[in-house]
Design a protein. Structure first.
Length: 471
């Protein structure tokens, strides 16, 4: 390998970050963003601030009061409309608790957005380095479109978790398994996304086990601060309540959400989804082992496991789908780059449910599809893909407008006492589902089909690679 190939592509990372900043400025006042800007970082910051004062961060009060004060900076959700839950484990709220002590909310929020932008740029650069057969434009396009409009602008953990998964593969391939394990442990900010790659690393790479055990002890110890009861409440009540509340959510793509749409009882849907996830954990370990041993590419272990685990997670929002992209891109590169896999990758990366909410989003879907397939295929094929994506987004938009019932929204149910923040959130999700049931199903359908396609692609590539002798 040449020195040029060994050099980390920092210019590429910087270019991705600059492109995201420009696109964020264009999207800032669009319908898919306006009214929801930074809402998630509001919830996370206030959860941390409440925790820092020794109060329960999972209850409506004092979470509502903190969010009302945060909105005084004019950055997001109107105060008093809805309590935004902060359904994160205490160790994930701890950094926000520290930040609330040393900086005002506006500084924390914008620093958080900047940190995630940088993380996405670095993740894209790692993919560029590890997957040289995939054109840089394709990598930049699917990385940006899957993270910026649905995760970063909303203030999610998208960039950090994506970098944790991607960098762990880079470190593992570079012969640093312990550092890879420590890096991947950061992915526990989204436990249902990181669980599969952590399990694969623990089972398949013995040198990571001590590091992973140490990380688990540290995260557990941090979760006991400032009161062990909060950690118990999170595990015993918050996880289940948030999973139930999000079953009818517009941006939910998990197996339980599909079963709920088919009118399967809630508890049965959750049990089936969790059983399917347990099966997927075993499949993730097997598939990542086969790809790593048959191709010699150790980054397969966290990347492929993260892809399978994310696609089959029992609780899966639109912004978390980007965590599957490293594994999908690796399968695309290893599998000989058939055209249908590239189309599936493009369809998977485009956030249809968001882009179908405005003309700007529809044209962005077309531009993303064009950029993803432009170099690997041909200019004509890219033009067809871009046109098809734009038309599809507009069709979804028409269905959404024609089928939505927003003329007489039901009144907000008053909150009695001090329940979990998931209680008013669940009521809001039910009202949204009543108003958008048909349109919500149709707008998610392209992503569901793309999920099936890319999961099929990973399976076919794994079967094909399993027939090779060990590398």
């Amino acid at each position: 390998m040449t020195a040029a190939r060994d050099r980390f592509p920092l210019r590429f990372a910087a270019g991705v970050v600059v492109a995201m900043i420009v696109l964020a400025a264009l999207f800032w006042n669009d319908r898919i963003i306006a009214g929801n800007r930074l809402v998630d970082v509001v919830a996370f910051s206030c959860g941390g601030a409440v925790l820092a004062h020794g109060d329960d961060p999972y209850r409506v009060h004092p979470l509502t009061e903190c969010e009302a004060a945060a909105h005084a900076f004019g950055l997001a959700w109107p105060a008093g409309v809805l309590t935004l839950p902060a359904p994160l484990p205490p160790f994930a709220l701890a950094p926000f608790a520290l930040a609330s002590r040393i900086a005002p909310f506006a500084v924390v929020a914008w620093s958080w957005i900047g940190l995630n932008l940088i993380c996405v740029g670095l993740a894209a650069a790692i993919l560029r380095r590890r997957l040289p057969t995939i054109p840089p434009l394709t990598i930049a396009a699917f990385t940006i479109v899957s993270t910026l409009p649905v995760g970063i602008i909303y203030g999610q953990f998208t960039g950090i978790v994506l970098l944790a998964i991607t960098a762990s593969g880079e470190l593992l391939a570079a012969g640093a398994p312990r550092r890879a394990a420590g890096c991947l442990a950061l992915g526990m900010l989204q436990p249902h996304v990181a669980l599969a790659p952590l399990l694969a690393l623990f089972v398949l790479v013995p040198r990571t086990r001590l590091t992973l055990a140490a990380c688990a002890l540290v995260l557990g110890a941090v979760s006991l601060w400032p009161h062990p009861a909060f950690a118990v409440e999170y595990v015993a009540r918050v996880l289940g309540a948030h999973e139930r509340a999000n079953l009818p959510d517009f941006s939910q793509y998990s197996v339980p959400s599909v079963l709920a749409l088919l009118r399967v009882p809630t508890e049965a849907a959750l049990i089936a989804g969790n059983a399917f996830f347990l099966f997927a954990l075993g499949a993730a370990v097997v598939a990542s082992h086969l790809l790593a041993t048959r191709t010699g590419r150790l980054e397969s272990i966290p990347w492929i496991a993260a892809a399978i685990g994310t696609l089959c997670a029992p609780h899966l929002h639109l912004q978390q789908l980007s965590c599957a992209l490293p594994g999908i891109a690796l399968a695309f590169a290893v599998g000989g780059e058939p055209a249908w896999m590239l189309v599936a990758l493009a369809a998977f990366a485009i956030p249809w449910a968001r882009f179908a909410l405005s003309p700007v989003g529809a044209f962005a879907a077309g531009a993303a599809a064009f950029a993803i397939v432009y170099v690997p295929l041909a200019r004509r094929a890219a033009a067809y893909a871009g046109t098809a994506a734009t038309v599809l987004a507009f069709v979804l938009m028409v269905v959404l407008v024609r089928s939505a019932h927003l003329d007489r929204p039901p009144p907000i149910v008053p909150v009695v006492g001090n329940p979990l923040a998931e209680v008013p959130w669940a009521q809001t999700m039910v009202r949204m589902d009543d108003a958008l049931h048909v349109s919500a199903i149709v707008s998610r359908l392209p992503t569901w089909l793309a999920m099936i396609a890319v999961l099929t692609a990973i399976t076919l590539v794994t079967i094909r690679v399993a027939q090779r002798p060990p590398a």
